[in-house]
Write a protein that binds this ligand. Structure first.
Ligand code: ES4
Ligand code: ZN
Length: 319
């Protein structure tokens, strides 16, 4: 039985498996530049974050209707539940869809319908995190946030993702201020490919409560001390880090060093359809490659609830 855990770093678009991509392409009459699911899987070999993002955004073309977004999220939640996930805080990238003419309401209401049913159907509680594309303008993020306002009852927080280098967190100060004003939680990807200074900036300029990835904090000992002292959660994604070549091999992954430094680390799957595994696949991979013992794995699973946006009473009940 997989350990009960929370998934805190999961892009719903990154859970689109080739089989579902082909089924939705057929349903919507969208042509795909691949002859088969096998041929598509062969394209899953990435040089870096950007080469992955190019395919990730290309495949979103199959997602058009509310039912598509519902089916995508329901398929993820079913798989997650089988891997011991009891709570999932799920990113979505509205700009990847609105830029193709899909209304933001279609995206949020479709995902929301699957999330509403998830506790009953799959035993998974859920939260939705609206994520801004950092390689788009600050104005586009602001317009996206304004267009999401009628749907904010379904949204628990905001995040920041896509190509990191050259797009520092401070670019999004204004939209994060508005999000805080609207009572939303704040997280951001930082220190995946970008420098440790982006982690500090995300904390100080955006007020983030959690850092997604955060791997490169290890290059700055003073920052590690701060993250440990303040117990800022880091949502680490081991299989993603290998596939996007942030680390050479799983055996080189700094997860254990991060735990030993006193950081509040969690293990997550990022884009499981692309990176070779869901939540428990990531747990199993680091157990194997880094020789983590059962107690360490239990700590990582407990950290995932601690670092979640569940209220304290619910967290305790889920542990
Ligand atoms: C992402 Cl791995 C990763 N990094 C940044 N942005 C993303 N969007 C989807 N996956
Ligand atoms: Zn991510």
């Amino acid at each position: 039985m997989p350990l009960p855990k929370a998934e805190l770093h999961l892009h719903i678009e990154g859970s689109l498996e080739p089989e579902l991509a082909f089924a939705l392409a057929a349903r919507n009459g969208v042509p795909l530049p691949y002859a088969s699911t096998e041929e598509l899987r062969h394209a899953y070999s990435f040089r870096d974050l950007q080469s992955f993002l190019d395919l990730y955004y290309a495949l979103t073309a199959v997602l058009r209707t509310e039912d598509d977004f519902h089916d995508l999220a329901d398929a993820y939640l079913r798989r997650a539940a089988a891997q011991g996930v009891r709570h999932a805080e799920i990113f979505f990238d509205p700009q990847a869809h609105t830029s193709r003419g899909v209304p933001i309401g279609t995206v949020i209401e479709g995902l929301g319908r699957a999330l509403d049913q998830a506790e009953h159907r799959h035993g998974v509680t859920t939260r939705l995190i609206l994520s801004f594309l950092r390689d788009q303008s600050a104005e586009s993020a602001l317009a996206t946030f304004e267009s999401a306002r009628p749907h904010l009852h379904r949204v628990h927080g905001v995040g920041l993702d896509s190509a990191e280098v050259g797009h520092p967190p401070a670019k999004f100060r204004e939209v994060y201020r508005l999000a805080a004003e609207a009572g939303l939680h704040r997280v951001a990807h930082a220190g995946e490919e970008g420098p440790p200074a982006y982690i500090t900036e995300a904390l100080d300029e955006l007020g983030v409560e959690r850092v997604d990835h955060g791997l490169r904090c290890l290059e700055d000992p003073a920052l590690v001390d701060r993250l440990a002292r303040e117990q800022v959660p880091l949502t680490v994604c081991p299989l993603s880090n290998v596939r996007l070549r942030c680390v050479d091999t799983l055996a080189d992954h700094p997860l254990r060093r991060m735990i030993d430094a006193g950081l509040l680390v969690t293990v997550n799957s990022d884009d499981p359809a692309y990176f070779g595994g869901y939540a428990d696949d990531n747990f199993a991979a680091v157990r194997e490659a880094l020789g983590l013992d059962d107690e360490t794995l239990r700590t990582l699973a407990a950290n995932s609830f601690t670092a979640s946006f569940l209220d304290e009473e619910t967290k305790a009940a889920r542990l």
